[in-house]
Design a protein around this ligand. Structure first.
Ligand SMILES: NC(=O)c1ccc[n+]([C@@H]2O[C@H](COP(=O)([O-])OP(=O)(O)OC[C@H]3O[C@@H](n4cnc5c(N)ncnc54)[C@H](OP(=O)(O)O)[C@@H]3O)[C@@H](O)[C@H]2O)c1
Length: 250
């Protein structure tokens, strides 16, 4: 193993869910992992599981200056930045048009799209200078398909993440920089606690688990540098959206 030995990965949203699992999977492959989120204690828990390869770097990614500071600190301390896992994201309970307010719109657009742009613009100069890099974004199935489940603000922001990822490949492929957009369906993580209708333990157990996406992130990162996986859709086999459609007789 240790196919990522010598590589430095910055994982956002690394204190919980998909980000934590991605950081652990990348560390198992030998990468140094820098963990960012707002809650230091959650990052510390993940770092304790990983050991010496992990570094905790809390930041609020909706604040461009904090993102810049974190990226500069990583490059200053490690001299390189090979992989950005642009994973942090959020949703709100009041997500439908009847209840959506400007504050909610700001939370969704800043917390899913602006933050991802800030991280991307912060790492690209270093990746260009060192002759390459990989950016993996966690968009969503809501970034590909429009449905009421995730809400219009989240859906629009995650569509933006998909567009952003493809535009990176269009402009940065000549600099040996690859961008991959993961579009997950339902994954059993904290974010689902913001669903307006609570999910049962049985439903959560049938979903994709964070470790499944973590392993996917490590798979993407261990492909040879000349291979770009542009976009990946990963969903539970028991896909509640499809099951609901069949139950409606469609
Ligand atoms: N679970 C699903 O079904 C699903 C499906 C499709 C896509 N996704 C996407 O997957 C990504 C990871 O989510 P998850 O499912 O693993 O849920 P999660 O456990 O809630 O993870 C989201 C992480 O993002 C961090 N975060 C949120 N806002 C932040 C900010 N402003 N600055 C820094 N960190 C921030 C949170 O940490 P702090 O609160 O400590 O900052 C948290 O660790 C998200 O982009 C989500 O939209 C999830």
């Amino acid at each position: 193993m240790a196919r990522l030995s010598g590589k430095v990965a910055w994982v956002t949203g690394a204190g919980t869910g998909i980000g934590a699992a991605a950081a652990e999977a990348l560390a198992r492959e030998g990468a140094k992992v820098v963990l960012t989120g707002r809650r230091r204690e959650k990052l510390e828990e993940v770092a304790a599981r990983i050991g010496a390869a992990a570094q905790v770097m809390p930041a609020d990614l909706t604040v461009a200056a904090e993102v810049r500071q974190a990226a500069d600190a990583i490059v200053g301390q490690h001299g390189r930045l090979d992989i950005l896992v642009n994973n942090a994201g959020t949703n709100i309970v009041e997500r439908d048009w009847k209840r959506l307010k400007p504050e909610g719109v700001d939370t969704l657009i800043h917390g899913n799209l602006s933050s991802a742009f800030y991280c991307t613009t912060a790492v690209l100069p270093q990746m260009r200078a060192q002759g390459g890099g990989l950016i993996i974004h966690t968009s969503s199935m809501a970034g590909r398909f429009v449905s009421p489940l995730s809400g219009p603000g989240y859906t629009a922001a995650k569509h933006g993440v998909v567009a952003m990822s493809h535009s990176i490949n269009q402009q940065e492929c000549v600099n040996n920089i690859r961008s991959c957009c993961i579009c997950p369906g339902e994954v059993n993580t904290e974010i689902l606690q913001k669903r307006p209708v609570k999910l049962t333990e049985e439903e959560l157990a049938k979903m994709v688990q964070p470790e499944d996406v973590g392993e996917l992130v490590a798979f993407i990162a261990t492909r040879p540098a000349h291979v770009c996986l542009n976009e990946i859709l990963i969903t539970p086999t028991w896909n509640r959206g499809y099951v609901a459609q069949m139950n409606r007789g469609m």
